[in-house]
Design a protein around this ligand. Structure first.
Ligand code: PGA
Length: 311
């Protein structure tokens, strides 16, 4: 048996995950020399180097990578054990790790508000990111549950749909096409367009529709955030396609409008997914059921420019 302590493994796992001794010390609220000495003792116990420092970057060696996988399994099992014990004691207590795509940030935090009131013993870590990064997190089994619009076909996932997430063409209110109805999709050819970044699911959905109709938009600007795109539209840089949910806070005085293009909205749904082989913790299951039950009952703030959000 390798004489490693749980504390050493926790320190190692944090350094490996964050790629930095300093950031690990900050997260664990201990000093950097303590982090270094714990890793040093662990390295000695294992008998092989765990990290390699090249310039300013820290890399895991092969032994380090093996240990990182082992640590993830150990800490997941321990976490599940703690949750089960709390459940046996009649309290739901522990951590829920969620990762959601960018558009879900307009409702998941609100749902979490009531969830956390019902289960005060549950702490939540919520990561909001794009389609591609969610896929990477799934591959590394980083989170309990994922909210996505387009579950990855090439991964073995269990996914349940729960709300509609339509994509609409968004423009500045005074756009010349704002008062037109049933606009020919070919008109997109001439419009300066603001596009989400590579790896965005929104971008993929737009690209698919445009390819079907042989349209190539003039991409004026590429941005990695829906909110930044809204600002760029307001700034007159062009039009874009966004989830209707990104517009829920636009009031009558807002600067944006939805253009009535043919073949829009692009119909999509949100799914809650997890790796098919993953044994969900009691907490993850509690949240999953809560999400499926409560999300259809949610009322979204009415915006003057929106039709029905859940269409
Ligand atoms: P994205 O995903 O942030 O990757 O574009 C949003 C969505 O699919 O709704």
């Amino acid at each position: 048996m390798i004489p490693a302590t749980l504390h050493q493994l926790k320190v190692f796992e944090t350094v490996a995950r964050l790629g930095s001794f300093t950031r690990a010390a900050e997260e664990l609220l201990i000093t950097q020399p303590t982090v270094s000495s714990q890793v040093k003792q662990l390295t000695k116990a294992i008998g092989l180097p765990l990290f390699e420092q090249i310039g300013k970057s820290l890399y895991l060696t092969d032994a380090g990578q093996e240990l990182q996988i082992t640590c993830q399994e150990i800490f997941e099992k321990l976490n599940n054990f703690e949750i089960k014990i709390a459940d046996l004691k009649g309290t739901k207590q522990g951590q829920l790790n969620l990762a959601v795509i960018t558009t879900a940030k307009y409702f998941v935090p609100r749902l979490l508000g009531s969830f956390c009131q019902n289960y005060p013993g549950i702490d939540v870590a919520l990561k909001v990111t794009n389609h591609q990064e969610i896929q990477e997190r799934m591959q590394m089994n980083k989170d309990d549950l994922y909210v996505v619009s387009n579950p990855h076909q090439d991964m073995d996932l269990t996914s349940k749909p729960f709300l509609n997430n339509p994509l609409v063409v968004v423009a500045k209110k005074d756009h010349p096409l704002a008062s037109k109805r049933n606009i020919d999709i070919k008109e997109l050819n001439d419009q300066p367009f603001i596009m989400r970044e590579q790896g965005s699911g929104t971008r993929d959905a737009i690209a698919n529709l445009l390819a079907q109709h042989n349209i190539s938009v003039k991409v004026k600007l590429e941005l990695g955030s829906n909110e930044a795109i809204k600002q760029a539209i307001s700034g007159g840089l062009g039009i874009s396609v966004l989830s209707e949910h990104c517009l829920i806070s636009e009031g009558i005085s807002g600067e944006l409008t939805i253009l009535d293009f043919q073949h829009f909205p692009i119909k999509r749904r949100w799914f809650v997914s997890h790796l098919a082989g993953k044994k969900l913790s009691v907490i993850a299951e509690t949240f999953l059921n809560y999400l499926l039950e409560e999300s259809p009952k949610m009322t979204f703030p009415q915006s003057s420019i929106l039709g029905q959000l859940a269409r």
